[in-house]
Design a protein around this ligand. Structure first.
Ligand code: ADP
Length: 495
């Protein structure tokens, strides 16, 4: 029996999952690490924690799987995107902590770029809406703050995202590489030319000498250092988490869509070999790059997905577990006209209103706990339906079904309502660890275990399909009510 291992370096934990080559999960091990919030709005990770938890989760997963390291055919890496590391090329010593994707410290730099009228240029070249979220301004901040630009010019520093940082530290001969999907989230990489963009580097004053070499998402990257498992193992797959999950969901054809219901929701639609520019506030991103050929995707996210349910549990305290939301929602036949707009931190695509705030509306004397809980779950589905609508408009095609994963996809009420409100079936796979599966499959493809991407799709297996049961009239009424509620929430926090 041969195995594939996926290193899944996430925002709150580092995981390793081991699969058989036909996609069955054999063992998994996750290790959490501390988050650092040195100032309001700032988020950091200690690079040492990232390495330690990733290495120990790999060793533990191999032990749990009860396999020999030589039975691991290949390793794939997937990671939290955009989080920025900067380290010394000789010693590996990091310049401070990694700046996490959530960190808002560079908002001012982005505002400046927009004021200077660079927004459209950035969008055209990178597919991204300029934001502090992406790595480019974080790297600029580090070079400025630690006064490291000269050192970077001399080639003595390495910049990278978590994939890059792991490769440099865990692989033989310390390759300084990143894959195209991760490069595509830096706001420095040109989606069309597939190269670091000279204009963007100039704009942010980034020396080219500190940037990693950009590889395909599947193919030889290097060998795992034998000090880690006692054996060299090829690393042949690498992609950012949402891209790996799109691959692990076998969304290989244009029009295929997946939605991950975690803390937030991330929806990606494969758009094939052409980048589609969004007119509806979505990002254009790479799906993956295989054989030098990029595939593209549209991406949208919901800020408050499963986090809405956490809010019911931890702040309102009207449920004691996330799973309880399902039984409570099903204890009533509807919300009785109640809508919750969980715009706690503003609304993303297609609204993009940072001033909208949480709104609970439509209550009557009969409104109770189950109605509010149900409205919270419905809100996750409504927000996802808005994203899907935006994608359908941009791509000029309607998806045939929606593939789901992530913690909150375990909620069957939510999945059924999602199918109803989108008017297409929702399909839940057996393996919900699709991010890790995608990384493992990319590694398998890169190592020649599979002869083509289509062959990896056999590893995807369906668990449940939720057919859409709502008639068009009812669906329209629901969406009308939801949009009316959203209108009320917009702009609320504006001076
Ligand atoms: P992340 O990777 O973002 O940490 P996960 O995929 O682990 O997220 O999912 C966790 C989220 O899913 C939490 O926000 C939690 O509230 C939500 N969640 C978990 N189980 C359920 C459930 N049965 N119903 C609704 N939400 C759930």
């Amino acid at each position: 029996m041969k195995y594939l291992a996926a290193l899944d370096q996430g925002t709150t934990s580092s995981r390793t999952v081991i699969f058989t080559t036909d996609g069955q999960m054999v063992a998994s091990c996750g290790q959490e690490f501390p988050q650092h919030y040195p100032k309001p709005g700032w988020v950091e990770h200690d690079p040492r924690d990232i390495l330690d938890t990733q290495i120990s989760s790999l060793r533990e997963a191999v032990r749990l799987a009860d396999i020999h390291p030589e039975d691991i055919e290949a390793i794939g890496i997937t990671n939290q995107r955009e989080t920025t590391f900067l380290w010394d090329r000789k010693t590996g010593e990091c310049a401070g902590n990694a700046i996490v994707w959530q960190c808002r410290r560079t908002s001012g730099i982005v505002e400046e770029l927009i004021r200077e009228g660079c927004g459209e240029m950035i969008r055209d070249k990178t597919g991204l809406v300029p934001d502090a979220y992406f790595s480019g301004t974080k790297l600029k901040w580090m070079l400025d703050y630690y006064n490291l630009r000269d050192k970077a010019e001399r080639g003595d520093l390495c910049f990278g995202t978590a994939d890059s940082f792991l490769c440099w530290n865990l692989l033989e001969d310390r390759p300084h590489v990143t894959d195209a999907t991760n490069a595509g989230r830096t706001m420095l990489f040109n989606l069309h030319t597939q190269e670091w963009d000279e204009d963007l580097l100039k704009l942010l004053d980034i020396p080219r000498a500190c940037l990693p070499r950009v590889t395909d998402s599947a193919g030889p990257i290097g060998m795992l250092d034998p000090a880690i498992l006692g054996r060299r193992i090829p690393v042949t797959g690498m992609a950012g988490d949402q891209h790996a999950s799109l691959f692990g969901q076998a969304c290989l054809k244009p029009g295929d869509v997946k939605n991950t219901y975690g803390t937030g929701c991330f929806m990606l639609m494969n758009t094939g070999d052409k980048p589609v520019k969004s007119e509806n506030g979505l990002l254009t991103t790479m799906a993956w790059r295989i054989g030098g050929k990029p595939s593209y995707a549209l991406e949208g996210s919901v800020f408050m997905g499963g986090a809405t349910i956490q809010w019911l549990r931890d702040e309102l305290k009207i449920i004691s577990t996330a799973a309880e939301s399902e039984t409570l929602a099903q204890s009533v036949t509807g919300t009785g006209g109640v809508y919750l707009v969980p715009a706690f931190t503003g609304l993303g695509a297609p609204w993009w209103d940072m001033y909208s705030r949480g709104t609970l509306i439509g209550m009557t004397r009969g409104t109770g706990r189950p109605h509010i809980v149900r409205a919270a779950l419905e809100a996750i589905a409504f927000q996802s339906a808005d994203l899907m609508e935006a994608m359908a408009k941009d791509a000029g095609r309607r998806p045939e079904r929606l593939q789901v994963d992530g913690g909150a996809s375990a909620n069957s009420f939510l999945m059924q309502f999602q199918a109803d409100i989108c008017g297409i079936p929702v399909v839940r796979p057996k393996v919900l660890e699709t991010t890790a599966l995608g990384a493992a499959l990319l590694a398998g493809l890169g190592a020649g275990v599979y002869s083509c991407a289509e062959e990896t799709a056999r590893a995807w297996k369906q668990d449940l399909e939720f057919p859409s049961r709502m008639d068009d009239g009812t669906r329209l009424l629901y969406m009308k009510g939801w949009h009316k509620a959203v209108e009320r929430s917009l702009g609320f926090a504006k001076e």
